[in-house]
Design a binder for this molecule. Structure first.
Ligand code: M6R
Length: 613
């Protein structure tokens, strides 16, 4: 959470920082602020509560011609969203400005020890400015001062500081796993940001700060040190991302745009991995493990949060079926505290579109300590999960800006399918004809997802009918169960309607008490081996007058007269159904949310990347 951006160069910094914040706004959007060097004796500081537009309005016509400065967009952890809690935070004399992402766990203790005057905010950030100012006043160099501060400030965070009297200089540190920092090198300029999106319009030459590393940069120089001050040699990476895809195009919202990008997301995930002639999966370019290694595996644990955990639940089915390994799924935040039983034959697969989710990183650390081999499925090249895992399957879905994950779920389910097939082949548990049939079926996915998008008109009619509902139930069995969980998550996060996802068999053990004629249910009822059971569940709900929207297989009319509304999903292999079924569920959430006037791309209280526990 929180977006950080900094610029030092020869161009006016203000507009560059505001544009950078616009690209980072999805990370936090309850307030924003800027600090620019206004000559060499003072800062120009601006804060505004609310979305970035409030800051843009506030600074209009007042920005100094500074060529360096820092900016921040906030997701509140300590203190309400307000001007005084917005970053940058300053020391009492206004000589140091600090922006920060993550949590300083011992900030109260530090406040008691290092206060140089009254604190103006409730943030855990402000004390860092006090500490730095104290050190600089004692003649300590700014970078050394920051090393001293980080040595004392406990937690997982990243921080950037600037000092009056040193225009153009910026120092930054990354402590632990919360939110990374990327440094961009341009022509006579350097930038830094909490993620790539803010840098790509300016440069593709980037360097990632690892936990425990510090950077000291000016327009034409950059140096890296560790916590002890030892110089580090870091290599510049040249990235391929296309910044154009980060704009909304003809769509009203990023969420809708990203829903429509899903055929491409599936295709890009498959490219070079699902092969024809002969039909097979080849992940040898991503995963450096061989058959002996795969045969020695005894178990798979999948971890993730939110939508990524729902993908993992789909992946579990694939792994058990194709690789014949016992597989379990854990919520990353629960996993680490349970003292999980792990060893070097347990493959840990993490799913995280951002690659920066702190809970998932903590779960991966736990697995690393136990010596587990790890594969991560991630959409952000260079993100932290990709640095911890032994191998990465990049989603290649392009930037996902809407807070609600859509295309990255599709990409991750495709990759879990590919991984399960590949492990199955390496382990000798997958018959070649099954692999060929599954590859053929997967190659149909972009078309099937495209056909699911054509359901938009019908879904809009349903959205009109059900937009005023107070509650929703989503039911599924087998592979329909994770899709039901995802349908409920999507609806609640973008429309604020209370929704619950349940394994359909569980319904009669409690949730059925909620059913009445005002409580709609979305039932995933494709023609698979549990269809008859789903049908019974739908009849049980209808007997209690609950409306049911049934998602059924293409051409299946058997629920007509049973369910209230029927949505026919496009034809797809039964095992791949969830990858297609999530599309009408996403559309339903989207259209209901827009009818309720909700802020679809930036739902209240949420952030795209969750870097706090
Ligand atoms: O970046 P990650 O995939 O690790 O993020 C995990 C969750 O925070 C994320 O899926 C969240 O639940 C989304 N808002 C769901 O749409």
């Amino acid at each position: 959470m929180c977006g950080i951006v900094g610029y030092s160069g020869h161009r006016p910094a203000g507009p560059i920082l505001l544009e950078g914040l616009r690209r980072l706004e999805y990370r936090g959007y309850d307030s924003a602020g800027l600090a620019l060097f206004d000559g060499d004796r003072q800062f120009y500081i601006a804060h505004a509560t609310g979305k970035l537009d409030a800051l843009v309005q506030r600074v209009e016509g007042t920005l100094p011609p500074a060529t360096s400065g820092i900016g921040h967009t906030r997701w509140a952890t300590h203190g309400e969203p307000s001007d005084r809690n917005a970053h940058p935070q300053l020391d009492p004399d206004g000589t140091i400005a600090v922006i920060h992402n993550g949590i300083i766990e011992n900030f109260e203790e530090l406040r008691a020890r290092y206060a140089r005057g009254p604190f103006h905010s409730e943030t855990d950030t402000e004390v860092l400015a006090h500490m730095l100012a104290g050190a600089v006043e004692r003649g300590v160099d700014l970078l050394d001062a920051l090393r001293g501060v980080v040595a004392e400030a406990r937690g997982a965070y990243s921080v950037v500081a600037v000092a009056v009297g040193e225009p153009g200089r910026m120092v930054a540190a990354r402590a632990g796993n919360a939110g990374g920092i990327v440094i961009g090198t341009g022509e006579g300029e350097h930038l830094l940001a909490s993620d790539l999106g803010a840098l790509l319009p300016h440069t593709r030459r980037v360097t990632f700060l690892e936990p425990g590393e510090f950077v000291d940069l000016c327009a034409d120089s950059v140096r890296y040190v560790d916590i002890e001050g030892h110089e580090l040699t870091k290599t510049i990476e040249v990235l391929p991302y296309d910044p154009v895809s980060a704009v909304k195009g003809p769509y009203k919202h990023f969420m809708l745009k990203e829903i429509h990008e899903q055929p491409d997301a599936a295709l890009n995930a498959m490219r070079g991995r699902y092969l024809t002639g002969p039909l097979r999966v080849d992940l040898s370019g991503d995963i450096p493990f061989d058959a002996a290694w795969a045969k020695a595996l005894t178990r798979v644990v999948l971890v993730g949060m939110g939508t990524s955990m729902h993908s993992a639940l789909v992946g579990r089915h694939y792994i058990e079926r194709f690789a014949r390994l016992p597989a379990e799924v854990d919520n990353s935040a629960e996993f680490r505290y349970r003292g999980p039983v792990l060893d070097e034959h347990t493959l840990v697969i993490s799913v995280a579109q951002s690659g920066e989710t702190v809970d998932t990183l903590a779960a991966m650390d736990e697995a690393k300590r136990a010596g587990c081999p790890q594969i991560t499925i991630c959409n952000s090249p260079g993100a932290q999960t990709t640095r911890v895992a032994n191998a990465t399957l990049l989603m290649r879905a392009g930037p996902e800006i809407a807070v609600a994950s859509t295309k990255t779920m599709v990409a991750s389910m495709v990759l879990l399918h590919a991984l399960a097939l590949y492990l199955g082949r390496l382990r000798g548990t997958l018959a070649p004809d099954v692999e060929a049939q599954q590859v053929q079926a997967a190659l149909h996915l972009p078309a099937a997802i495209g056909a699911a998008l054509n359901l938009g008109g019908q879904i809009e009619v349903l959205a009109d009918r059900y937009a005023d509902s107070r509650d929703f139930l989503f039911l599924g069995r087998g592979l329909g169960y994770p899709a039901a969980l995802e349908g409920a998550l999507k609806l609640k996060e973008v429309s604020y309607i209370h929704a619950e996802g349940y394994a359909a068999g569980e319904m009669k053990h409690g949730p059925i008490a909620l059913i009445d004629d005002q409580f709609p249910t979305v039932a995933l009822a494709p023609r698979d081996d549990v269809f008859d059971k789903m049908r019974s569940n739908i009849e049980q709900i209808r007997a209690r007058k609950g409306p049911v929207i049934a998602l059924v297989s293409a051409g299946d009319r058997s629920l007509e007269g049973v369910a209230t509304d029927i949505v026919e999903m496009p034809e797809v292999d039964p095992l791949l159904t969830p990858i297609v079924a999530v599309v009408p569920l996403q559309l339903l959430s989207y259209y209901i949310a827009t009818r309720r006037g909700a802020d679809v791309d930036q739902p209240r209280n949420l952030a795209k990347t969750v870097t706090v526990e």
